[in-house]
Write a protein that binds this ligand. Structure first.
Ligand code: KG4
Ligand code: ZN
Length: 359
């Protein structure tokens, strides 16, 4: 039997300081979702600097939580619990959120729910569309790439993932190699739209390996070689060269994701849907490929709105609601965890999430 639940969610595991209020009252409603990004703070360093991120979270979390409560039109007294990301992620940032949540819980007596950040992403299709278990989730972002069979609130099976770079990371590195701005995904996609995807044949790694593990690090090396060959040949690359390189690169990523997704659907068995999350899910060429794969497999395709695909706290509040409803409790002595695989039985994916454990 469902009861009305209103939760505050807090997220600070990478470079977004976020707080949200979500209510379940028959249906799920996002009363507020505040996300304060840190891109300008890290821009000069070419990646997220953990110490800068942790300090910024510690300084900004109070204000972001106050904004989220005010925009939702609630006070702490209206809440039924506080959900906080307890990992995986950059530990300083995770600790900032956990300390604040602990303080609020101690002051109010509200229950505290420790949430796995990846579970937040994985359960989002239930927040947005009430998707029934089991479904297949493809998480594709700057820090993660994995196929998760989501069987229950606390039951995830990892079917495969990248063994090195995440696709978003590959997009970002490609942009860097071609002099395009960061984050690289949108810039590379825009260039690719004007290019010829067939001019450069980039590798499709690990297709000969059974299962749905992937590798993207070789792609950027191939791109670097193609770029350098053009430079050696004619002293530089033209705008059209750049567009064609982007198009070839994107086609390779999209094809690998499509082929491996088809395999993952085969491994998953009967599922209600294929869902995607993570920044790379914004790429329309990749989305289109995934939609075709789902159609062929006869399962529906679901991509939550982008603001809920990328890091946010509404997904953390929602995961907290799901856990409370399922009667799952949090040990008050829980620890913040830099690493926290959703599926303890799956072998560790070496090298994935180099930018920090962000999805
Ligand atoms: O989920 P997200 O916001 O956070 C991380 O986990 O990093 O994803 C950001 C990543 C970046 O690497 C960015 O380049 C990529 O998602 N991205 C895209 C697109 N938009 C963002 N990749 C490909 N095509 C896009 N349109
Ligand atoms: Zn994430």
């Amino acid at each position: 039997m469902d009861r009305t639940l209103t939760l505050l969610g807090i997220e600070s595991s990478c470079d977004d300081t976020a707080a949200a209020v979500v209510r379940l009252d028959g249906t799920a409603q996002i009363l507020s979702s505040e996300v304060l990004g840190q891109t300008p703070l890290h821009a000069a360093f070419g990646g997220v600097v953990p110490e800068i991120a942790a300090r910024a979270h510690a300084e900004r979390l109070d204000g972001v939580v106050e904004d989220a409560l005010a925009k939702a039109g609630v006070t702490l007294a209206d809440l039924d619990g506080i959900a906080v990301t307890a990992g995986p992620g950059l530990i300083g940032g995770v600790l900032s959120g956990v300390m604040l949540a602990r303080g609020l819980a101690a002051a109010t007596g509200l229950p505290l729910i420790a949430v796995n950040h990846l579970a937040g992403h994985a359960l989002t299709p239930r927040l947005t569309d009430g998707t029934a278990f089991p479904y297949l989730m493809l998480l594709v972002s700057g820090g993660h790439c994995q196929f998760l069979l989501v069987e229950g609130v606390d039951r995830f099976r990892r079917l495969g993932g990248t063994i090195d770079d995440a696709p978003g990371e590959a997009f970002d590195k490609t942009a860097k190699l071609l002099g395009l701005p960061q984050p690289g995904g949108p810039a590379v996609e825009a260039e690719a739209a004007l290019g010829d995807p067939k001019r450069f044949q980039f590798p499709r790694p690990l297709l000969d390996r059974e299962g749905c593990d992937m590798s993207f690090s070789g792609l950027k090396t191939a791109l670097l070689r193609a770029r350098d060959a053009l430079i050696a040949e004619k002293g530089g690359i033209t705008l059209q060269d750049r567009r064609d390189l982007c198009a070839g690169f994107q086609a390779a990523v999209a094809e690998v994701l499509a082929i491996k997704t088809a395999r993952a659907l085969g491994l998953a068995g009967d599922v209600t849907a294929l869902c995607v999350a993570g920044g790379v899910a914004a790429n329309s060429a990749i989305r289109a490929m995934l939609e075709t794969v789902s159609d062929r497999a006869g399962v529906s395709f679901l991509a939550p709105p982008l603001r809920l695909c990328t890091d946010n706290a509404a997904m953390i509040a929602w995961a907290g609601i799901e856990r409370m409803q399922a009667g799952l409790t949090t040990d008050p002595g829980f620890a913040a965890r830099p690493r926290w695989p959703l599926d303890d039985t799956a072998p560790a994916l070496l090298g994935s999430g180099k930018k920090g454990a962000k999805a």
